[in-house]
Design a protein around this ligand. Structure first.
Ligand code: ZN
Length: 179
C-alpha cells in the first residue's frame, strides 16, 4: 500500500463543500481501502490529520491522530480516529492562537498561528457508523476544526485575522522560546 497523492493549495477540490457520506457506504471495500490509505498517508507525512478532499475525494470524511513527531516530540498518542459527517455543535467563546500547518500546503514548514475557539463539542460517526459526541480542547480541538474546515472548502489561511501570523516553523519556534 502506498501513500496517496495529495491535492495542494489552489486545487478547486480544496475549495469545494464536500458531500455527506452515506453510512451504508462505510461497509464497502472501496471505502475501507480509502480509510486505510488515508491513515497511511497521514503517517508517512508526519501529519496529525488528513481530510478526504486532500487526497482528491470530495466527501465528508477525515482521519486524525496525535503521536510524538520530530516537530512535536512531547505529543501524547491519541487516536487514530476516523470522523465521518462531523459537525461542531458548540464552540467556546475563548479563542486561542497556536501553530497550524497543512499537508496540502507545500512547503510544509510554512504555517501560521491560527486563532480558533479553544474547545468545542463535535458530533461525528466512526468508520463503523457509530454516532459519537465528543468534547475536545487544546490541539485535539484544533485538529477537529482544521479538518472540518477542509470539508467545507475552508483553509487555515482564511482564519487568519493578520497575515503577519503566517510564518515558517523555525520562526514559530523562536517566538515560543522568547515568550
Ligand atoms: Zn489542512
Amino acid at each position: 500500500m502506498k501513500a496517496l497523492p495529495r491535492t495542494e493549495f489552489g486545487n478547486p477540490i480544496l475549495r469545494t463543500k464536500a458531500k455527506a457520506v452515506p453510512l451504508k457506504s462505510l461497509r464497502t471495500p472501496k471505502m475501507k481501502k480509502l480509510i486505510r490509505e488515508m491513515l497511511l498517508t497521514m503517517h508517512k507525512t508526519g501529519g496529525v490529520g488528513l481530510a478526504a478532499p486532500q487526497v482528491g475525494e470530495s466527501i465528508r470524511l477525515a482521519v486524525m491522530e496525535t503521536y510524538s513527531t520530530e516537530h512535536r516530540p512531547h505529543l501524547e498518542q491519541r487516536g487514530p480516529i476516523v470522523i465521518v459527517n462531523p459537525r461542531i455543535i458548540q464552540y467556546s467563546t475563548i479563542l486561542k492562537k497556536d501553530w497550524e500547518g497543512c499537508l496540502s500546503f507545500a512547503p510544509e514548514h510554512v504555517g501560521a498561528t491560527v486563532p480558533r475557539p479553544s474547545s468545542i463539542t463535535v458530533e461525528y460517526y466512526t468508520e463503523k457508523g457509530e454516532k459519537m459526541v465528543e468534547r475536545a480542547s487544546g490541539l485535539w480541538a484544533r485538529i477537529f476544526q482544521h479538518e472540518i474546515d477542509h470539508l467545507n472548502g475552508v483553509l487555515y489561511v482564511d482564519r487568519l485575522k493578520d497575515m503577519k501570523d503566517l510564518m515558517t516553523r523555525n520562526e514559530f519556534k523562536k517566538r515560543k522560546v522568547k515568550k
